[in-house]
Design a protein around this ligand. Structure first.
Ligand code: PAF
Length: 332
């Protein structure tokens, strides 16, 4: 399977490599864009990808042909980002799962209970702090065009309903390969199990993990109700996403085409956020109909979870600086 995925990525490079050259060359030729997504075409990622493509096609007279590889068709997000770094994959929308392995500062947005609501998160990501972190991806050999989002993450599992930190004690919970998240679930006494997304559904089916955590955008589009009984609307952490293109592609474009990709990314983010706004309501209705046992943490219950994260917050202050974290919390 792994070999097949690498082969697909290599094939894209073979197709595009010859074409990604000088801006003048691209101005006349059609360039194929291999576009990797972890989620399904009808997800928040799919909607954003369609919009990005639509804008670029319109602005460049169709000189770029997008080939979508949804549902982890080119592997897990870490492999995909490495592919974009190498130039074997041209574009992607990824979660913040492994981003901090490329730019450590990106992990600050993964701190639990950092953002009050979607508006707060969007304000910070669209502001100077968000831009500063996007710019840092340049040093990692990546062009980060915009912050998108998935929504707030919630816990699903097959063991028990969750109301207190005691309810997650020992819970074998798949987390993203994200040190900030792993620290949080360790502090809560769970048994965090970092795992690439393509392995998660079978691990849930086989019972090697009890649960996972993701936003409603993913829980609905990945049909998690088929393999998970309990959904706790914990909203424990905001889940940003990022729109990335390869430096090889970017450096070969004219400034006009770069502008088209930036405009497309901005419109893709708007489409993605509209999807998230909608699924925050429709997702709960859908998952109720699909038979999930759904509970929501009250503000008081969330406060208890937050208090249990005191030790984790000490680590976050050491890693990211208290001024930055306090500045994000205070932003409005
Ligand atoms: O949980 C994850 O790894 C991510 O949220 C996912 C599902 C790959 C979407 O980016």
């Amino acid at each position: 399977m792994f070999l097949q995925k690498r082969t697909a990525a290599t094939a894209i490079f073979a197709l595009t490599g010859a074409l990604v050259g000088s801006g003048a060359a691209i101005a006349q030729q059609e360039v194929k864009i291999g576009y990797a997504l972890a989620a399904a075409p009808d997800s928040h990622y799919g909607v954003a990808a369609e919009k990005w493509e639509e804008v670029v096609e319109a602005e460049t007279d169709g000189r770029y042909e997008f080939r979508h590889f949804p549902s982890s068709g080119l592997g897990g997000e870490r492999e995909v980002i490495e592919g974009v770094q190498l130039g074997t994959i041209e574009a992607t929308i990824v979660s913040s799962g492994t981003l901090s392995n490329f730019v450590p500062e990106a992990g600050v947005f993964d701190i639990p209970f950092l953002f009050r609501d979607l508006d707060h998160a969007r304000t910070v990501l669209d502001g100077p702090i968000g831009q500063e972190i996007l710019d840092k991806f340049d040093d990692a050999g990546l062009v980060a065009l915009a912050w998108g989002e998935q929504g707030f993450r919630h816990i699903t599992n097959n063991r028990n309903a969750i109301e207190t930190p005691e309810d997650v004690a020992g819970l074998k919970l798949r987390t993203m390969e994200n040190p900030t998240h792993i620290t949080a679930f360790e502090a809560l006494g769970a048994a965090p199990t970092p795992m690439a997304w393509p392995e998660v559904i079978s691990a849930l089916e086989q019972g090697t993990i009890d649960g996972q955590e993701n936003p409603l955008s993913v829980i609905t589009s990945a049909n998690l109700s088929e393999v998970q009984e309990h959904l706790t609307l914990s909203g424990h952490v905001y889940s940003p996403a990022m729109l990335l293109v390869s430096k090889q592609l970017w450096d070969g474009m004219t400034p006009e085409d770069q502008e088209a990709f930036s405009k497309g990314a901005a419109e893709a983010v708007t489409a993605m956020r509209a999807f998230v706004d909608d699924v925050e309501v429709s997702g709960i209705e859908q998952l109720t109909e699909e038979g999930m046992e759904i509970g929501e943490l009250s503000p008081e219950q969330k406060a208890v979870f937050q208090e249990s994260l005191a030790a984790a917050y000490e680590q976050y202050y050491d890693t990211y600086g208290q001024d930055l974290i306090d500045g994000i919390i205070a932003a409005d």
